[in-house]
Design a protein around this ligand. Structure first.
Ligand code: PMP
Length: 429
Protein backbone atom coordinates (compact mmCIF):
# COMPACT_ATOMS: atom_id res chain seq x y z
CA UNK A 1 0.00 0.00 0.00
CA UNK A 2 2.37 2.68 -1.17
CA UNK A 3 2.50 5.20 -3.97
CA UNK A 4 4.93 4.44 -6.77
CA UNK A 5 8.11 6.42 -7.25
CA UNK A 6 8.04 9.04 -9.97
CA UNK A 7 10.24 9.15 -13.01
CA UNK A 8 13.33 11.07 -11.90
CA UNK A 9 13.13 14.80 -12.47
CA UNK A 10 16.02 16.59 -14.14
CA UNK A 11 17.74 19.46 -12.33
CA UNK A 12 15.68 22.19 -14.00
CA UNK A 13 12.39 20.45 -13.22
CA UNK A 14 13.51 19.85 -9.65
CA UNK A 15 14.46 23.50 -9.22
CA UNK A 16 11.05 24.55 -10.55
CA UNK A 17 9.36 22.16 -8.10
CA UNK A 18 11.46 23.51 -5.24
CA UNK A 19 10.57 27.09 -6.12
CA UNK A 20 6.89 26.22 -6.31
CA UNK A 21 7.15 24.50 -2.91
CA UNK A 22 8.89 27.59 -1.47
CA UNK A 23 6.10 29.88 -2.64
CA UNK A 24 3.47 27.50 -1.27
CA UNK A 25 5.31 27.31 2.03
CA UNK A 26 5.54 31.09 2.38
CA UNK A 27 1.84 31.29 1.70
CA UNK A 28 1.23 28.56 4.29
CA UNK A 29 3.22 30.40 6.96
CA UNK A 30 1.36 33.62 6.16
CA UNK A 31 -1.94 31.93 6.98
CA UNK A 32 -0.86 31.63 10.61
CA UNK A 33 -2.54 28.26 11.19
CA UNK A 34 -2.81 26.60 14.57
CA UNK A 35 -3.59 22.93 13.96
CA UNK A 36 -2.79 19.73 15.82
CA UNK A 37 -2.20 16.27 14.34
CA UNK A 38 -0.21 14.91 17.25
CA UNK A 39 -2.18 12.41 19.28
CA UNK A 40 -4.71 9.74 18.48
CA UNK A 41 -7.55 11.14 20.52
CA UNK A 42 -11.24 10.62 19.76
CA UNK A 43 -12.97 13.82 18.67
CA UNK A 44 -15.65 15.41 20.85
CA UNK A 45 -18.28 14.09 18.42
CA UNK A 46 -17.01 10.56 18.97
CA UNK A 47 -17.17 11.05 22.72
CA UNK A 48 -20.74 12.30 22.31
CA UNK A 49 -21.68 8.86 20.97
CA UNK A 50 -21.26 7.49 24.49
CA UNK A 51 -22.86 10.43 26.29
CA UNK A 52 -25.64 8.15 27.59
CA UNK A 53 -23.08 6.56 29.91
CA UNK A 54 -23.41 9.64 32.09
CA UNK A 55 -26.99 8.68 32.94
CA UNK A 56 -26.25 5.01 33.63
CA UNK A 57 -26.59 2.59 35.29
CA UNK A 58 -30.34 3.03 35.00
CA UNK A 59 -31.27 -0.25 36.62
CA UNK A 60 -29.74 0.42 40.01
CA UNK A 61 -26.42 -0.56 41.44
CA UNK A 62 -26.74 -4.36 41.38
CA UNK A 63 -24.65 -6.46 38.99
CA UNK A 64 -26.15 -9.57 37.38
CA UNK A 65 -24.97 -11.75 40.25
CA UNK A 66 -26.43 -9.40 42.84
CA UNK A 67 -23.12 -7.69 43.65
CA UNK A 68 -23.54 -4.18 45.04
CA UNK A 69 -21.23 -2.36 42.65
CA UNK A 70 -20.95 0.59 45.02
CA UNK A 71 -18.94 -1.44 47.47
CA UNK A 72 -15.39 -2.79 47.66
CA UNK A 73 -14.35 -6.05 46.07
CA UNK A 74 -14.50 -7.96 42.82
CA UNK A 75 -10.83 -7.60 41.85
CA UNK A 76 -11.25 -9.41 38.53
CA UNK A 77 -13.99 -7.05 37.39
CA UNK A 78 -17.68 -7.55 36.61
CA UNK A 79 -18.39 -10.89 34.92
CA UNK A 80 -21.03 -9.42 32.57
CA UNK A 81 -18.56 -6.90 31.16
CA UNK A 82 -15.86 -9.55 30.83
CA UNK A 83 -18.36 -11.70 28.91
CA UNK A 84 -18.99 -8.87 26.43
CA UNK A 85 -15.29 -8.43 25.65
CA UNK A 86 -14.23 -12.07 25.89
CA UNK A 87 -14.81 -12.90 22.22
CA UNK A 88 -13.72 -9.49 20.94
CA UNK A 89 -10.35 -9.79 22.72
CA UNK A 90 -10.08 -13.56 22.19
CA UNK A 91 -9.75 -14.34 25.90
CA UNK A 92 -12.04 -16.71 27.85
CA UNK A 93 -14.07 -14.59 30.29
CA UNK A 94 -12.66 -16.55 33.23
CA UNK A 95 -9.16 -15.48 32.17
CA UNK A 96 -10.05 -11.85 31.54
CA UNK A 97 -9.57 -9.07 34.09
CA UNK A 98 -11.60 -5.85 33.81
CA UNK A 99 -9.73 -3.11 35.64
CA UNK A 100 -9.44 0.67 35.66
CA UNK A 101 -9.60 3.18 32.84
CA UNK A 102 -6.26 2.60 31.10
CA UNK A 103 -4.70 -0.42 29.43
CA UNK A 104 -1.40 1.45 29.41
CA UNK A 105 -1.55 1.34 33.22
CA UNK A 106 -2.01 -2.44 33.06
CA UNK A 107 1.00 -2.75 30.73
CA UNK A 108 3.01 -0.53 33.05
CA UNK A 109 1.97 -2.46 36.14
CA UNK A 110 2.65 -5.80 34.44
CA UNK A 111 6.22 -4.69 33.78
CA UNK A 112 6.65 -3.34 37.30
CA UNK A 113 5.23 -6.49 38.90
CA UNK A 114 7.47 -8.66 36.68
CA UNK A 115 10.42 -6.61 37.94
CA UNK A 116 9.42 -7.03 41.57
CA UNK A 117 7.66 -10.39 41.80
CA UNK A 118 8.64 -13.57 40.00
CA UNK A 119 6.51 -14.33 36.94
CA UNK A 120 5.14 -17.85 36.51
CA UNK A 121 7.95 -19.84 34.92
CA UNK A 122 10.63 -17.28 35.76
CA UNK A 123 13.87 -18.23 37.48
CA UNK A 124 14.09 -14.86 39.17
CA UNK A 125 12.49 -11.42 39.31
CA UNK A 126 13.31 -9.22 36.35
CA UNK A 127 14.89 -6.73 38.76
CA UNK A 128 17.47 -9.40 39.60
CA UNK A 129 18.43 -9.96 35.96
CA UNK A 130 21.73 -8.45 34.82
CA UNK A 131 20.00 -7.00 31.78
CA UNK A 132 16.46 -7.01 30.34
CA UNK A 133 15.55 -6.31 26.73
CA UNK A 134 12.27 -6.02 24.80
CA UNK A 135 11.84 -6.38 21.07
CA UNK A 136 10.14 -3.39 19.48
CA UNK A 137 8.66 -3.80 16.02
CA UNK A 138 9.19 -0.44 14.28
CA UNK A 139 7.51 1.80 13.54
CA UNK A 140 5.67 1.37 16.83
CA UNK A 141 3.93 3.12 19.72
CA UNK A 142 6.07 5.66 21.57
CA UNK A 143 4.43 5.05 24.96
CA UNK A 144 5.46 1.37 24.89
CA UNK A 145 9.04 2.44 24.36
CA UNK A 146 8.90 5.19 27.00
CA UNK A 147 7.54 2.71 29.54
CA UNK A 148 10.52 0.40 29.02
CA UNK A 149 13.02 3.24 29.03
CA UNK A 150 11.63 4.37 32.35
CA UNK A 151 12.74 1.08 33.91
CA UNK A 152 16.05 0.72 32.11
CA UNK A 153 14.77 -2.02 29.81
CA UNK A 154 16.80 -2.15 26.62
CA UNK A 155 14.86 -1.67 23.39
CA UNK A 156 15.78 -3.71 20.33
CA UNK A 157 14.11 -2.58 17.10
CA UNK A 158 12.73 -5.20 14.72
CA UNK A 159 11.48 -4.24 11.26
CA UNK A 160 7.73 -4.42 10.56
CA UNK A 161 6.36 -6.01 7.42
CA UNK A 162 2.79 -5.89 6.07
CA UNK A 163 2.18 -9.12 8.04
CA UNK A 164 3.63 -7.98 11.37
CA UNK A 165 7.19 -8.05 12.69
CA UNK A 166 9.88 -9.74 10.59
CA UNK A 167 9.57 -13.16 12.20
CA UNK A 168 12.92 -14.47 10.99
CA UNK A 169 14.58 -11.73 13.03
CA UNK A 170 12.26 -12.19 16.03
CA UNK A 171 12.74 -15.97 16.14
CA UNK A 172 16.51 -15.71 15.95
CA UNK A 173 16.83 -13.07 18.68
CA UNK A 174 14.35 -14.72 21.06
CA UNK A 175 16.01 -18.13 20.61
CA UNK A 176 19.52 -16.80 21.21
CA UNK A 177 19.17 -14.20 23.95
CA UNK A 178 17.72 -15.23 27.33
CA UNK A 179 17.70 -11.59 28.42
CA UNK A 180 15.00 -10.77 25.88
CA UNK A 181 11.95 -10.94 28.12
CA UNK A 182 9.28 -9.39 25.95
CA UNK A 183 8.03 -8.04 22.66
CA UNK A 184 5.57 -5.22 22.06
CA UNK A 185 2.84 -6.10 19.57
CA UNK A 186 -0.14 -4.09 18.33
CA UNK A 187 -1.54 -6.96 16.29
CA UNK A 188 -4.49 -5.29 14.58
CA UNK A 189 -4.47 -1.94 12.77
CA UNK A 190 -1.08 -1.30 14.30
CA UNK A 191 0.01 2.08 15.64
CA UNK A 192 1.16 3.74 13.41
CA UNK A 193 1.27 1.81 10.13
CA UNK A 194 -2.07 0.00 10.30
CA UNK A 195 -0.50 -3.43 9.75
CA UNK A 196 -2.45 -6.53 10.78
CA UNK A 197 -0.57 -9.61 11.88
CA UNK A 198 -1.06 -12.60 9.57
CA UNK A 199 -2.14 -15.95 11.00
CA UNK A 200 1.33 -17.26 10.21
CA UNK A 201 2.97 -14.46 12.21
CA UNK A 202 0.74 -15.15 15.21
CA UNK A 203 1.38 -18.88 14.98
CA UNK A 204 5.15 -18.32 14.86
CA UNK A 205 5.03 -15.92 17.82
CA UNK A 206 3.09 -18.46 19.86
CA UNK A 207 5.27 -21.44 19.03
CA UNK A 208 8.83 -20.10 18.59
CA UNK A 209 11.43 -21.41 21.03
CA UNK A 210 12.50 -18.78 23.57
CA UNK A 211 15.74 -18.79 25.55
CA UNK A 212 14.00 -16.98 28.41
CA UNK A 213 11.56 -19.22 30.31
CA UNK A 214 9.66 -16.06 31.29
CA UNK A 215 9.42 -14.51 27.82
CA UNK A 216 6.15 -12.58 27.38
CA UNK A 217 4.32 -11.20 24.36
CA UNK A 218 2.73 -7.86 25.27
CA UNK A 219 -0.26 -8.15 22.92
CA UNK A 220 -1.72 -4.65 22.92
CA UNK A 221 -4.95 -5.18 21.02
CA UNK A 222 -5.91 -1.51 21.35
CA UNK A 223 -7.72 -1.47 17.99
CA UNK A 224 -9.45 -4.86 18.08
CA UNK A 225 -12.84 -3.49 16.92
CA UNK A 226 -11.73 -0.23 15.32
CA UNK A 227 -12.57 -1.04 11.71
CA UNK A 228 -12.64 1.55 8.93
CA UNK A 229 -13.87 -0.77 6.18
CA UNK A 230 -16.54 -3.43 5.69
CA UNK A 231 -13.88 -6.07 6.05
CA UNK A 232 -13.66 -6.57 9.80
CA UNK A 233 -10.14 -7.90 10.03
CA UNK A 234 -9.81 -10.95 12.25
CA UNK A 235 -6.48 -12.04 13.64
CA UNK A 236 -5.48 -15.46 14.95
CA UNK A 237 -6.08 -16.28 18.61
CA UNK A 238 -2.69 -15.79 20.25
CA UNK A 239 -3.68 -17.02 23.69
CA UNK A 240 -5.11 -20.29 22.36
CA UNK A 241 -2.14 -20.83 20.04
CA UNK A 242 0.30 -20.27 22.91
CA UNK A 243 -1.53 -22.86 24.99
CA UNK A 244 -1.62 -25.33 22.08
CA UNK A 245 2.11 -24.83 21.46
CA UNK A 246 3.06 -25.64 25.04
CA UNK A 247 3.72 -21.99 25.92
CA UNK A 248 0.53 -21.28 27.90
CA UNK A 249 2.00 -18.38 29.90
CA UNK A 250 3.55 -16.51 26.98
CA UNK A 251 0.77 -14.04 26.11
CA UNK A 252 -0.30 -10.92 28.00
CA UNK A 253 -3.36 -9.56 26.17
CA UNK A 254 -4.39 -5.94 26.68
CA UNK A 255 -7.32 -3.88 25.46
CA UNK A 256 -9.62 -1.08 26.54
CA UNK A 257 -12.74 0.88 25.72
CA UNK A 258 -10.73 4.12 25.51
CA UNK A 259 -11.60 4.51 21.84
CA UNK A 260 -14.99 2.84 22.15
CA UNK A 261 -16.60 4.90 24.92
CA UNK A 262 -14.60 7.56 26.80
CA UNK A 263 -10.83 7.79 26.34
CA UNK A 264 -10.43 9.05 29.89
CA UNK A 265 -13.17 7.07 31.61
CA UNK A 266 -13.42 3.69 29.93
CA UNK A 267 -12.51 0.21 31.13
CA UNK A 268 -9.23 -1.61 30.50
CA UNK A 269 -8.69 -5.36 30.19
CA UNK A 270 -5.92 -7.87 30.82
CA UNK A 271 -6.19 -11.45 29.58
CA UNK A 272 -3.78 -14.33 29.96
CA UNK A 273 -3.29 -17.89 31.22
CA UNK A 274 -4.91 -18.83 34.55
CA UNK A 275 -1.47 -18.72 36.24
CA UNK A 276 -0.63 -15.28 34.88
CA UNK A 277 -4.09 -13.95 35.81
CA UNK A 278 -3.64 -15.26 39.37
CA UNK A 279 -0.18 -13.64 39.44
CA UNK A 280 -1.52 -10.27 38.27
CA UNK A 281 -4.57 -10.27 40.52
CA UNK A 282 -2.38 -11.22 43.47
CA UNK A 283 -0.26 -8.18 42.76
CA UNK A 284 -3.15 -5.83 41.94
CA UNK A 285 -4.77 -6.82 45.24
CA UNK A 286 -1.93 -5.19 47.13
CA UNK A 287 -2.81 -1.86 45.57
CA UNK A 288 -6.60 -1.85 45.45
CA UNK A 289 -9.58 -3.58 47.04
CA UNK A 290 -11.34 -3.57 43.69
CA UNK A 291 -11.96 -1.62 40.49
CA UNK A 292 -14.67 0.94 39.71
CA UNK A 293 -17.52 -1.53 39.23
CA UNK A 294 -20.12 1.17 38.72
CA UNK A 295 -18.26 2.24 35.58
CA UNK A 296 -18.07 -1.39 34.52
CA UNK A 297 -21.80 -1.88 35.15
CA UNK A 298 -22.79 1.14 33.10
CA UNK A 299 -20.49 0.00 30.30
CA UNK A 300 -22.19 -3.41 30.32
CA UNK A 301 -25.61 -1.78 30.22
CA UNK A 302 -24.61 0.66 27.46
CA UNK A 303 -22.80 -1.84 25.21
CA UNK A 304 -25.10 -4.84 25.98
CA UNK A 305 -23.11 -7.51 24.10
CA UNK A 306 -20.38 -8.02 21.48
CA UNK A 307 -22.80 -7.05 18.70
CA UNK A 308 -23.63 -3.91 20.64
CA UNK A 309 -19.92 -3.03 20.69
CA UNK A 310 -19.61 -3.60 16.94
CA UNK A 311 -22.74 -1.56 16.25
CA UNK A 312 -21.35 1.27 18.34
CA UNK A 313 -18.06 1.09 16.45
CA UNK A 314 -19.99 1.58 13.21
CA UNK A 315 -21.00 5.00 14.51
CA UNK A 316 -17.35 5.83 15.18
CA UNK A 317 -16.52 4.65 11.69
CA UNK A 318 -19.06 7.06 10.19
CA UNK A 319 -17.16 9.92 11.82
CA UNK A 320 -13.64 8.59 11.25
CA UNK A 321 -13.83 7.19 7.75
CA UNK A 322 -14.35 10.54 5.99
CA UNK A 323 -11.29 11.87 7.80
CA UNK A 324 -9.09 8.99 6.69
CA UNK A 325 -10.50 9.32 3.17
CA UNK A 326 -9.63 13.02 3.18
CA UNK A 327 -6.05 12.27 4.26
CA UNK A 328 -5.72 9.68 1.50
CA UNK A 329 -7.21 11.99 -1.13
CA UNK A 330 -4.96 14.93 -0.26
CA UNK A 331 -1.79 12.85 0.01
CA UNK A 332 -2.59 11.21 -3.34
CA UNK A 333 -3.37 14.48 -5.05
CA UNK A 334 -0.32 16.37 -3.75
CA UNK A 335 2.29 13.63 -3.41
CA UNK A 336 1.06 10.71 -5.52
CA UNK A 337 3.50 9.76 -8.27
CA UNK A 338 6.09 12.30 -7.10
CA UNK A 339 8.34 9.71 -5.48
CA UNK A 340 8.71 12.08 -2.52
CA UNK A 341 6.68 10.02 -0.05
CA UNK A 342 4.76 6.81 0.54
CA UNK A 343 2.05 6.27 3.13
CA UNK A 344 -0.19 3.64 4.69
CA UNK A 345 -3.85 3.14 3.79
CA UNK A 346 -5.09 1.59 7.01
CA UNK A 347 -8.25 -0.51 7.14
CA UNK A 348 -8.71 0.42 10.78
CA UNK A 349 -7.15 2.00 13.83
CA UNK A 350 -6.21 5.61 14.42
CA UNK A 351 -3.15 6.45 12.35
CA UNK A 352 -1.63 6.97 8.95
CA UNK A 353 2.12 6.48 8.66
CA UNK A 354 3.80 8.79 6.17
CA UNK A 355 7.25 7.86 4.92
CA UNK A 356 9.26 10.71 3.44
CA UNK A 357 12.65 10.56 1.74
CA UNK A 358 15.46 9.36 3.98
CA UNK A 359 16.82 12.13 6.18
CA UNK A 360 13.77 14.41 5.76
CA UNK A 361 11.28 13.58 8.54
CA UNK A 362 12.70 15.83 11.26
CA UNK A 363 12.95 18.76 8.90
CA UNK A 364 9.39 18.22 7.62
CA UNK A 365 8.07 18.21 11.18
CA UNK A 366 10.11 21.33 12.00
CA UNK A 367 8.79 23.16 8.95
CA UNK A 368 5.23 22.11 9.76
CA UNK A 369 5.59 23.30 13.34
CA UNK A 370 6.86 26.63 12.07
CA UNK A 371 3.74 26.87 9.92
CA UNK A 372 1.48 26.17 12.90
CA UNK A 373 0.85 22.47 12.22
CA UNK A 374 1.77 20.36 15.25
CA UNK A 375 2.90 16.81 14.44
CA UNK A 376 4.12 13.92 16.57
CA UNK A 377 7.90 14.44 16.81
CA UNK A 378 9.80 12.62 14.07
CA UNK A 379 11.48 9.58 15.58
CA UNK A 380 8.73 9.01 18.16
CA UNK A 381 7.76 5.83 16.32
CA UNK A 382 11.17 4.32 17.11
CA UNK A 383 12.96 3.26 20.32
CA UNK A 384 14.84 6.11 22.01
CA UNK A 385 13.12 8.50 19.60
CA UNK A 386 15.69 7.61 16.95
CA UNK A 387 14.47 6.72 13.51
CA UNK A 388 17.72 5.64 11.81
CA UNK A 389 16.37 6.57 8.38
CA UNK A 390 14.69 9.74 9.68
CA UNK A 391 11.75 9.06 7.39
CA UNK A 392 8.63 8.09 9.39
CA UNK A 393 5.96 10.65 10.31
CA UNK A 394 2.83 9.61 12.22
CA UNK A 395 -0.43 11.32 11.28
CA UNK A 396 -3.36 11.20 13.71
CA UNK A 397 -6.51 12.29 11.82
CA UNK A 398 -9.17 11.54 14.45
CA UNK A 399 -9.35 14.68 16.55
CA UNK A 400 -9.47 17.74 14.27
CA UNK A 401 -12.69 18.87 12.59
CA UNK A 402 -12.71 17.83 8.90
CA UNK A 403 -11.94 21.33 7.58
CA UNK A 404 -9.02 21.73 9.98
CA UNK A 405 -7.74 18.28 9.13
CA UNK A 406 -7.77 19.04 5.42
CA UNK A 407 -5.87 22.30 5.95
CA UNK A 408 -3.32 20.54 8.10
CA UNK A 409 -2.71 17.66 5.68
CA UNK A 410 -2.50 19.98 2.70
CA UNK A 411 -0.01 22.10 4.66
CA UNK A 412 1.97 19.01 5.56
CA UNK A 413 2.29 18.04 1.89
CA UNK A 414 3.74 21.49 1.18
CA UNK A 415 6.38 20.87 3.84
CA UNK A 416 7.14 17.43 2.37
CA UNK A 417 7.57 18.90 -1.13
CA UNK A 418 9.76 21.70 0.16
CA UNK A 419 12.09 19.59 2.28
CA UNK A 420 12.34 16.76 -0.25
CA UNK A 421 13.09 18.95 -3.26
CA UNK A 422 15.68 20.92 -1.29
CA UNK A 423 17.28 17.66 -0.19
CA UNK A 424 17.31 16.24 -3.73
CA UNK A 425 18.83 19.43 -5.15
CA UNK A 426 21.45 19.40 -2.42
CA UNK A 427 22.27 15.78 -3.22
CA UNK A 428 22.47 16.64 -6.94
CA UNK A 429 25.10 19.22 -5.97
N1 PMP B 1 -2.03 1.11 23.03
C1 PMP B 1 -1.99 1.69 21.83
C2 PMP B 1 -1.37 0.98 20.68
C3 PMP B 1 -2.51 2.98 21.67
O1 PMP B 1 -2.44 3.56 20.45
C4 PMP B 1 -3.08 3.64 22.77
C5 PMP B 1 -3.66 5.03 22.67
N2 PMP B 1 -3.08 5.87 21.76
C6 PMP B 1 -3.09 3.00 24.00
C7 PMP B 1 -2.57 1.73 24.10
C8 PMP B 1 -3.65 3.64 25.22
O2 PMP B 1 -4.66 2.83 25.76
P1 PMP B 1 -5.44 3.19 27.08
O3 PMP B 1 -6.25 4.39 26.83
O4 PMP B 1 -6.27 1.98 27.33
O5 PMP B 1 -4.42 3.39 28.17
Amino acid sequence: SASSPSPALNAAELTAERDRARRDYEELVRRGLSLDLTRGKPSPRQLDLAEALLTLPSGGHRAADGTDTRNYGGLQGLPELREIFSGLLQVPAAQLVAAGNSSLTLMHDSVVHALLSRLPGAERRWADEPRIAFLCPVPGYDRHFALCERFGIELIPVPMTADGPDMDVVERLVREDAQIKGIWCVPKYSNPDGACYSDETVRRLASMPAAAPDFRIFWDNAYAVHHLTDERVEIADLLALCAESGNPDRAFVFGSTSKITFAGAGVAFFGSSPDNVAWLIGNLGKGTIGPDKINQLRHAEFLRDADGVLAHMERHRELLRPKFDAVEAILSKELGGTGLATWSRPAGGYFVSLDVLEGCAREVVRRATEAGIALTPAGATHPYGKDPRDSTIRIAPSYPEPEELELAIAGLTVCVRLVATEKLLEAAG
